[in-house]
Design a binder for this molecule. Structure first.
Ligand code: CO
Length: 161
């Protein structure tokens, strides 16, 4: 399992819900957690490793274990927002402030298919919204103004790898 980098088509592929919660799925989710850890990320969505299932993993610094979200649905987002600098494992070395809702209510299933609802705020809520975007082919740079987005992409393309 390997990270997919912007502008790879797989970041924009259509995704679909998971129907079978078997060992194969659980192994994929664990592998995603591994890729997230290895790259010092706090979130990773399936399209970032070339998969089309609607699922992502999150582990913010204060979490002891990774949180797994399968078939996530955003039920509510607060009207009040806050701005914070974001980056993305698929767009390395690019960081920019993004405005997002303060609080998010998300419903999802765990690796066994068990449903749960979570109200998250602060960094956790932000990461959930960022990863949720990935399932819809949306990247954090898409939340920037046109000028700033262009500026960041010029910078991204100028970095030698
Ligand atoms: Co990302």
């Amino acid at each position: 399992m390997e990270l997919v980098y912007y502008p790879d088509d797989r970041l924009f592929a259509e995704t679909g819900n998971v129907g079978v919660f078997d060992e194969v799925l659980q192994n994929i989710l664990q592998a995603m957690v591994g890729v997230m850890h290895d790259n010092y990320g706090i979130g990773l969505a399936a399209p970032q490793v070339g998969l089309t299932q609607r699922m992502f993993v999150v582990k913010i610094p204060e979490d002891k274990e990774a949180r797994l979200f399968v078939n996530p649905v955003i039920l509510e987002t607060s009207a009040d927002t806050w701005e914070y600098e974001e980056g993305c494992l698929s767009i390395p070395e690019i960081y920019a402030p993004v405005q997002r809702s303060q609080t998010v209510l998300v419903r999802a299933q765990d690796q066994f298919g068990k449903k749960f609802t979570l109200e998250a705020n602060g960094l956790l809520g932000r990461v959930i919204l960022h990863e949720m975007d990935h399932l819809n082919g949306v990247l954090f740079i898409d939340h920037l103004s046109k000028d700033v987005r262009e500026e960041q992409l010029i910078l991204y393309n100028s970095i030698e790898r």
